[in-house]
Design a protein. Sequence first.
Length: 159
Amino acid sequence: MPAGLGYIGRVISDNVLKQATRFHGHLGPWLVLGLKAGTYARRKLAASPFELRARVFCPAGTPYTCFVDGIQFSSGCTMGKGNISHHRAAGCRVEFTRAEDGLHHKDTKSQGGSERTLRLAVRPEVWEELHSRPCKGMAGAARLGREFARRRLAELLTE
């Protein structure tokens, strides 16, 4: 399996964007950042949604929590399964952990399992771009979301 952030190509398919938009309610750049992060984590860690846990660190409130929805949709880590959590923080980053023993429990190590971890963060220049180039309404958010969907993952996130 190829390593590194270059593994995810430039484009998220139109079908995935439509499904994620339906799940989240609208298309925007923060949703796309989460989509790319979750997709990369599933592939890099070769994990099912039951083997992953996501700890998302970002400000509470929109547009930052749109990143959380993108991660839920693409990684399969969901509030219902209890394998995603949000933590208030400056900046925007996520830590994915894969349980090597199957179904992810809150404390895998104490149950004799082992874990693999992947940390991704929104690049500082992307954070700055999103704050210096605010979206004008839903149409502007969708336009920027489609633009981000065409960018390579390495241009958007650091590992």
